[in-house]
Structure formats: structure tokens, C-alpha cells
Design a protein around this ligand. Structure first.
Ligand code: ARG
Ligand code: ZN
Length: 877
């Protein structure tokens, strides 16, 4: 096999022919589904006459082909592994093809496949070419009419995009339904679902008074788990009308829950297909976090109806055009529906851990890459989350009103078109009158900018000088970087008053909270009329996706933690303070020196615990130590054992020093009230459970008793799972084992709960974790073919159990490589994702580097899918 070739952005050209209308007929069969396609084609006005017609197609068996009703002779076309070329075609014509495909053999879960007994599709990005011959690219937009034929008993429900227009019986116990989607769409938004499904139905009246039928389709046993998704959908529809003026545009909106799914969900026009984990909830099976995740994903996919479907991407290099914007939209929706500061804290702490690591590793890429081998590898934290941060900066730069005008302009001007990131930013420029040309570098430059800040207060002149220096480290293919336009939101907090001081810059008064613009490599800002010595509060709300260093002393951080008017930076000050203490303890551990707890951290926590907090959710975040993964991100070289030891030491020290305080918080936030996924309840539960973690940290009688009681009370999954995790992650196997058994037996029938059962066990810090992974891979509920199971067991172990995955004997690496090699054949997309921890070898000591690289080499020696090939090549480059 020759090495797969990259595709380059600079090679983009419009297609030679476009499709105006697509008619499809599926005759379903697990081993031999027949797909008939009639494409209405015409020459693209910007392309010359006489070009051959090239269509994408993979794993298709061609049964018939005709143009304008005339079957083609064999010398009139050519077939290859990845497509079909017709040498000569008219300017306008009808192409008829018929192919055969085998959904039951499709373990990659791209194209048409079977999940349990049902048929379903996943076409983004390039899955439609596994269904029929087609110009499988997003700039070809057609209306679709789809007939699905299935067995009336096995597949009573036959769904596709748009509206059902005809149905009927056929001989042999078969039946059919025909669907029409009037909105032109690229084929990546095509969907088909067939199976024995039940629905829950609701209605929504749009702002212009149109009635929309809402349906959630699930297997019968899941009928009781759709309420939250339906409520979330209606909230999202209302929010998009009120916030962006966007209305739904079909008579029905359908969601289908599928057990085998590579990602979270897919925004197919009018027929969203969801990983069941991203839609099903019940108080006894789903945690608060899962409820919130479902709400966010339902909204995300719904919002794509405009940001993605009505206006789509010209090519896949523009992926962040729809994903960055849509993630930004769903983040704002969730912030409006829940606690806004907590949403921001959660998003940023995830971002700074996972996206920063991506940006610093061998697969770093810009938000708009300029080449790829396998586009599926680019559904990344950079495209999604960093893309959303960049849209957020745009909103902050131009202000909400101009942003909204720009968004209106974008949706109106480009409705029904496939466009580029320039088109989007251009609308923002027009609406705001601002020059965003330097800002565009955010889209083309990879890597996390680092800002070194320092400041000086001049008593005599009442001036504060702030000096900012920016630098973006080299990333693969990009040795030299240009300065970015970075908005820094800041305040100067007076050390006497504890208040934000008025800001005057260049004679202009800016209020007490302002944005300054860093555009040069180095810039100085002199604030005048500063009446007292301040501590600066920088990059409030994480105003730009950068690493900002400032030489804060511990007193400064304790001061900000107590006084900053920005909730996000108050939390961040606490994290920085904890990091300083953790750094000392990591060094002590490495040097074999006795560990001593920093009393300032203890006092800061004592103050937090004693205050009457009006925002319990924020308090819970403030009491949570940086994760091991986040701590690792801050180290020049990662020592997993030292990090684990240091963090455990801090936790136990706090638990001992503040035992009564934690107990009081725990007691004050217990509740017998019936479970509801509501912000106040969620906040109280998370605060109570953080307190419980501390109470259990030293594993004394009382802590154990409280955890066991919470587990036995069986009140809701949030509490049960938290208690079970504390037991299983403790040193008390005598308590862990019976609880695990009880939980495993009770939920053996529920795959989503079993996923949690798997994850809890394989993330425990005890040295048997790796053996457990191997043992559980043989469990009847586990399957390598189900992506949720792979993530729950292998992904959780390799990604979250840092001490055990990085075992010095290399067994963790070997296990992951074995799984990657097997998945490479079954499901290349998942294989290429699950490999990520191995690609981060540069961050570890030499012995581990050698072990990790050896496993990457072992993988590279296999016959690889383009997906895994691309990642391994980069990791070993
Ligand atoms: N567009 C989908 C979403 O963000 C994700 C599709 C991912 N497809 C893939 N092959 N990975 O909602
Ligand atoms: Zn999306």
C-alpha cells in the first residue's frame, strides 16, 4: 500500500459539476443493501466545458450506471478504489447508478451501518461516499428525495431528512416511506434510520407561529429517558430565536438515539442522530454532569441548523467555521440556562488542560489547517474549542450588538451557500467597522501564545506601568510566528480598598474593567491617576486562549482570591495559589524531602469554607484542586508519581486541618428532595460531594461511614456514582468490592451505566488498575466494536489514570498499542483518537519516552488506515 497523500487548502477549486437534485432509493438488507441514485447534474458555471465527471465512492459494488437513461459501456467510465470517472458527459444530465453495500460488515461506523438491530448513517465528513457514488464535498448542495424500503416487521420505522410524502406496502412483507427535504444540503447532512423504534412527541410553535412536531426516537426500553433532552431542545429553540433571531425551518425535527456512534451527535438536516449517551438521562442512571452534557449537545446540534446547515462550509478546511461558532453558541446557551461563572470555569479548565496539550504536541494544527491526510482526525479540541474561543474574542472585540448584526448579515447573505471563514469574519468587520486583518492570524497560526506580564506601581506619580510580551512557540511546520491581536480584559484591584480602581489610559477613562489590545511583540501600558498600589487582575474571564504569566506572590493571590470582582479570576487566583504550593511539594517529593503544607492555602480554604457563599457552584469549583492532568500541563517534565503524591498530600492536609468545616458544608447541603437537574440542586450537590471527597481523603471511620451511607441511600446517580468512586479509589478493597458488585449486578442491563462502572474501576490509583483493564476487556458487557465501551475502559484508563498508564514497566503503553492495532482494522476513527496519550511522549522522562516511542514504532509497522498513519507519522516525526 502506498502512503496516503495529503489534501491541501491551496488546491481548492469548485467542482466541475454540481448536483441540483438527488433521488435515492434504499432497499435495506444487512449483507446486501441496494442503493439507487439519480443525480441531476450540470456543469459548474465557473468551470470549463468538457471536463470528466469524477465521483467519490468507497467499498461500493457497482451494479448499473446510465446517463440520461442510456447504460454506459465499460470503456466510457473508469472505477478505482476511491471513485468513479465518466470520461465524457453533457452540460446537463441525469446520472443513474445502482450499488450494493453491506451495513452489517461496517464496523467503522461511517456511511450506512447497523447498531443493534437498527440501520443508521454517519456521513460527516466523508461517509456518504460509502453509500453511493457522489461528489462528496460540502460545496455541492442539492435537494434530496429519499425512499427507504425495509421489512415491515423488523423495520417498522423508516426515517430520512425532511418531510414524509408517501408510504405504502410492498410484496414480501416489505414497506416503504418516501421523504423530501426541500432545503439544498451537502451530502454530509444526509441521514437514514430504520428499525424497531418508539417515539416521544412534543410540539413547538416558532416565533412566526409555525407549528413544529418534535420527536425523539429510541428503543422501547429507553422511552422513560427522553424528558430532559426534549425540554432542552425546546429551550434551545427558544434561545436561538431570542438571541440570534433564528427560527426552525421544517415541519418536524427528529432526534434518534443510537448505541454505536463514533462521536457525540450529528446535525443531519431535520434528523439529528445521537450517541445514546448524549441524549438519554434518568435521575437513577445519569449524573448531573451527564444531564448538563445532554442539554449542551442537544442545543449544539440544533444550533447547527443555521450555523452549519443553512450556511455551510466550502471545504473541510473551514470546519471551524461551523464548529467554533456553534460551540460558542452552545456555551452561551448553557451559561444562560445554568450558572454562567461555573460554565466558564468548567470550559476553561478543560480547555487549558486538553487543548493546551494538543497545541503543545506533535499533532498541533491551526484552527484552519492548510493540509490534512484524513479529515476525521481534525475533529479536535483546536477546531472546536479554540475555534469557539476565537469567536468569543470576536464577540468581545466588536461588542454583542455589532456581533449580532454581523451574524444576521452572515446568515442572510450566505443562506443556502457553502462559505469560508473570511466570509464570516468579513461580516463582523462590516458590522463593526473594525479592521480584523491581524486578528485573522488566530486562524492560521497553531500553538498557544504565551504572555509574560509584569507591572510596577509608581507612588510618586500615581502610575501603574504594565508591560506585556507575547510569544507563540514553534509548532510542527510553523517555526516562526507573528504577533497576534490579543484582547486582555483587566482590572487593577486596590490593595487598600479591595476595590477595582478607575482605569485611565492615555488620558482616556475606561471605567474599572476594560479591555486593552496587545498587538506587538511587546507593549507598555501606563495607567495614570492610580490612587493606591494595585494587584492587577489580568485576562479576566479568560479573555484570550493564552498562557499568561505574572510574578504574583502568594499574598497577591490570596488577596485576589478574596477580592477580585471577576468570579472567574477569583477562582483562577485560587488555582494559581494551589499550583505554587503543589510545585514545592512536587520538588520535595522528587528530592526525597519531607513535605510541608503551605499554611496560606489552608487559610485561604478556611476563609472560603467559612463565608456564606451565594454561589455554591462557584464555591465547589474553588474548593477543587487542579487536576493531575492540569498540574502536568504546567510542568517542564511530567513526573506522574510526584504529581499524584503532591496532590494527595495537599488534599489530605486540607482534610485534616479543616475537617469540621468540610463536615459542616457536607451536612448543610444534604437534601432528601426529589432529584431535579436544576442549577440550585446541582450546585448544592457538587458542593456537598466536594466536601465528601475531603472527608474521605484520610479514610477515617466517619468519612467511610458517610460515603457508605450515601451509596446505600441510592438517591440519584450523581451521589451514588460519587460515593462509589470514593470507595473504589480508596485503599479499602474490602469496601470497594461489595459496592462494585452490587452496582454491577443492579445495572447489568443498562449499557450507559455499565460504561460508568467500567470507568470508575480503571481510573483507580491502586496498582491493580492495569490488570483490571485486561480483566474487564473480557467482561460480557465490553466490546471493542462499541466506541462508548472503548472510551469508558481504554480511554479512561489511558487518559485519566496517569500513574498506572505511565507505569515504569511500560505495560500501560503496550496495552494501549495492542488496542490501537486491533481498532485500526475495526474502527480507524476511534483508533486514531484513542492513541493520543502515546503521542505525548516528549513530556516524559527518557525511559518512558523510549517505551512510548517503541510502541508507536510497533504500531507503525502494521498496515495502517490513513487515520492512524497520519497520527503516528506526526508523533514520530
Ligand atoms: N458535526 C458533528 C458535531 O459536531 C460531529 C461530526 C463528527 N464526524 C466525524 N466523522 N467525526 O456535532
Ligand atoms: Zn458540531
Amino acid at each position: 500500500m502506498s502512503d496516503p497523500k495529503p489534501t491541501y487548502l491551496r488546491d481548492y477549486r469548485p467542482p466541475a459539476y454540481r448536483v441540483t437534485h438527488t433521488e435515492l432509493t434504499f432497499d435495506l438488507d444487512p449483507a446486501a443493501t441496494r442503493v439507487k441514485a439519480r443525480l441531476h447534474l450540470e456543469r459548474h458555471p465557473e468551470r470549463e466545458s468538457g471536463l470528466p465527471l469524477t465521483l467519490d465512492g468507497e467499498r461500493l459494488v457497482l451494479k448499473a450506471i446510465a446517463i440520461d437513461g442510456q447504460p454506459l459501456e465499460e470503456d466510457e467510465y473508469a472505477l478505482t478504489e476511491d471513485g468513479l470517472t465518466v470520461h465524457r458527459v453533457p452540460e446537463r444530465f441525469l446520472l443513474d447508478t445502482e450499488v450494493e453495500i453491506a451495513p452489517e460488515a461496517n464496523t467503522a461506523l461511517e456511511g450506512l451501518y447497523q447498531s443493534g438491530g437498527m440501520y443508521c448513517t454517519q456521513c460527516e465528513a466523508e461517509g456518504f461516499r460509502r453509500i453511493t457514488y457522489y461528489p462528496d464535498r460540502p460545496d455541492v448542495m442539492a435537494t434530496f428525495a429519499t425512499t427507504v424500503i425495509g421489512d415491515a416487521k423488523r423495520e417498522p420505522v423508516l426515517l430520512s431528512n425532511g418531510n414524509p410524502v408517501e408510504r405504502g406496502e410492498l410484496p414480501g412483507g416489505r414497506h416503504f416511506v418516501t421523504w423530501e427535504d426541500p432545503h439544498p444540503k451537502p451530502c454530509y447532512l444526509f441521514a437514514l434510520v430504520a428499525g424497531d423504534l418508539e417515539k416521544v412527541e412534543d410540539r413547538f410553535t416558532t416565533m412566526s407561529g409555525r407549528e413544529v412536531t418534535l420527536q425523539i426516537w429510541v428503543e422501547a426500553e429507553n422511552l422513560g429517558k427522553t424528558d430532559h433532552a426534549m425540554a432542552s431542545l425546546k429551550r434551545a429553540m427558544t434561545w436561538d430565536e431570542q438571541t440570534y433571531g433564528r427560527e426552525y425551518d421544517l415541519d418536524r425535527f427528529m432526534i434518534v438515539a443510537v448505541n454505536d456512534f463514533n462521536m457525540g451527535a450529528m446535525e443531519n438536516k431535520g434528523l439529528n442522530i445521537f450517541n445514546s449517551a448524549a441524549v438519554l438521562t434518568h435521575p437513577h442512571t445519569a449524573t448531573d454532569a451527564a444531564f448538563q452534557r445532554v442539554e449542551g449537545i442537544v442545543a449544539h446540534e440544533y444550533f447547527h441548523n443555521w450555523s452549519g446547515n443553512r450556511v455551510t462550509c466550502r471545504d473541510w478546511f473551514q470546519l471551524s467555521l461551523k464548529e467554533g461558532f456553534t460551540v460558542f453558541r452552545d456555551q452561551c446557551f448553557s451559561a444562560d440556562t445554568n450558572s454562567a461563572p461555573v460554565k466558564r470555569i468548567e470550559d476553561v479548565s478543560f480547555f487549558r488542560t486538553a487543548q493546551f496539550a494538543e497545541d503543545a504536541g506533535p499533532t498541533a494544527h491551526p484552527i484552519r489547517p492548510d493540509h490534512y491526510i484524513e479529515i476525521t482526525n481534525f475533529y479536535t479540541l483546536t477546531i472546536y474549542e479554540k475555534g469557539a474561543e476565537v469567536v468569543r474574542m470576536l464577540r468581545n472585540l466588536v461588542g454583542w450588538e455589532a456581533f449580532r448584526r454581523g451574524s444576521d448579515r452572515y446568515f442572510e447573505r450566505f443562506d443556502g451557500q457553502a462559505v469560508t471563514i473570511e466570509d464570516f469574519v468579513g461580516c463582523m468587520e462590516e458590522a463593526s467597522g473594525q479592521d480584523l486583518s491581524q486578528f485573522m492570524r488566530w486562524y492560521s497560526q497553531a500553538g498557544t501564545p504565551e504572555i509574560d506580564a509584569h507591572g510596577e506601581y509608581d507612588y510618586a506619580n500615581a502610575e501603574y506601568r504594565l508591560i506585556l510580551r507575547q510569544r507563540t512557540p514553534a509548532t510542527p511546520d510553523q517555526p516562526d510566528k507573528l504577533p497576534l491581536h490579543i484582547p486582555i480584559r483587566l482590572g487593577l484591584v486596590g490593595t487598600k480598598s479591595g476595590r477595582d480602581l478607575p482605569l485611565t489610559l492615555d488620558g482616556e477613562s475606561l471605567g474599572t474593567d476594560a479591555v486593552i489590545h496587545l498587538r506587538e511583540d511587546e507593549q507598555e501600558f501606563v495607567f495614570t491617576e492610580v490612587s493606591e498600589a494595585p494587584v492587577p487582575s489580568l485576562a479576566r474571564g479568560f479573555s484570550a486562549p493564552v498562557k499568561l504569566r505574572f510574578p504574583y506572590g502568594r499574598e497577591d493571590l490570596a488577596f485576589l482570591l478574596a477580592n477580585d470582582s471577576d468570579g472567574f479570576n477569583r477562582w483562577d487566583a485560587g488555582q494559581r495559589l494551589a499550583m505554587l504550593a503543589l510545585d514545592d511539594l512536587i520538588a520535595a517529593h522528587r528530592n526525597g524531602v519531607e513535605k510541608v503544607m503551605d499554611s496560606r492555602v489552608v487559610e485561604a480554604f478556611r476563609t472560603l469554607l467559612s463565608q456564606d457563599s451565594d454561589d455554591k457552584a462557584v464555591l465547589a469549583e474553588m474548593l477543587t484542586l487542579p487536576s493531575e492532568a492540569y498540574i502536568a500541563e504546567q510542568q517542564p517534565l511530567v513526573d506522574v508519581d510526584a504529581i499524584h503524591a503532591a496532590r494527595t498530600f495537599v488534599k489530605q492536609s486540607l482534610a485534616m486541618a479543616l475537617r469540621d468545616e468540610f463536615l459542616a458544608v457536607f451536612e448543610a447541603n444534604r437534601s432528601e428532595a426529589p432529584y431535579a437537574p436544576e442549577p440550585e440542586q446541582i450546585a448544592a450537590r457538587s458542593l456537598k460531594n466536594v466536601a465528601l471527597s475531603y472527608l474521605m481523603a484520610i479514610e477515617d471511620e466517619e468519612g467511610i461511614e458517610l460515603v457508605q451511607r450515601q451509596f446505600a441511600a441510592d438517591h440519584n446517580m450523581t451521589d451514588v456514582r460519587h460515593a462509589l468512586t470514593l470507595l473504589v479509589h480508596s485503599s479499602r478493597d474490602d469496601l470497594a468490592e461489595p459496592a462494585l458488585r452490587r452496582f454491577g449486578e443492579k445495572w447489568a442491563h443498562d449499557p450507559l451505566v455499565m460504561d460508568q462502572w467500567f470507568s470508575i474501576q480503571v481510573t483507580r490509583p491502586q496498582p491493580d488498575a492495569l490488570e483490571r483493564v485486561k480483566f474487564l476487556m473480557e467482561h460480557p458487557a465490553f466490546s471493542l466494536k462499541n466506541p462508548n465501551k472503548v472510551r469508558a475502559l481504554i480511554g479512561a484508563f489511558a487518559g485519566q489514570n496517569r500513574v498506572n498508564f505511565h507505569r515504569a514497566d511500560g505495560e500501560g503503553y503496550r496495552l494501549l498499542a495492542d488496542v490501537v492495532i486491533e481498532l485500526n482494522r475495526l474502527n480507524p476513527e476511534i483508533a486514531a483518537r484513542i492513541i493520543t496519550p502515546l503521542t505525548r511522549w516528549q513530556r516524559f522522562d527518557e525511559a518512558r519516552q523510549a517505551l512510548m516511542k517503541a510502541e508507536l514504532e510497533r504500531i507503525r509497522a502494521e498496515e495502517l488506515s490513513p487515520n492512524v498513519y497520519e497520527v503516528v507519522q506526526k508523533a514520530l516525526a
